[in-house]
Design a protein around this ligand. Sequence first.
Ligand code: ADP
Length: 159
Amino acid sequence: MSTAVCPGSFDPITLGHLDIIERSTYIYDKVVVGVADNPAKRALFNIEERVAMAEDAIAGLGNIVVTPFDGLLVGFAKENGAQVIIKGLRAISDFEHEFQMAHLNKKLDGSIETVFMMASPEFMFLSSSAVKEIAAFGGDLTGLVAQTTAARLERKLQE
Ligand code: ADP
């Protein structure tokens, strides 16, 4: 069975992330959405909230599990029996960092490949940070995040 890991902070999960996750399910038998719990990255949502939002957003899609992780990504991939790490690539700015990470992960565990998937044009400029900024100013999140995510963002910002 082929298994791929789609890692990220998902603070919050966007339709851009979901597009990569769904397209991954057409290629691999099982997709593990790995939600990174990295306290160094100050997230708006805690790990439980980010996992719950991802679970709500993937409802209706098959062969996907959402799992939090801390520690090394290659270790998480191995624990989940994944052979592949999938990364979405947006503009050129993603490339340098992802290129470095892919090589470092390969050095840490030569048996795990990083595969890059091009962002769909409509999500090329979408990021979690942009979503948070739009939400903070009361902008319309339609077409950027799932409705369940938009509702949670609204609640969070009211807190
Ligand atoms: P962000 O970069 O928005 O903070 P993450 O750290 O959660 O989000 O990103 C996880 C992965 O998803 C990365 O590989 C990133 O390149 C990819 N990704 C993020 N936004 C998009 C998008 N709009 N389209 C395609 N891939 C994306």
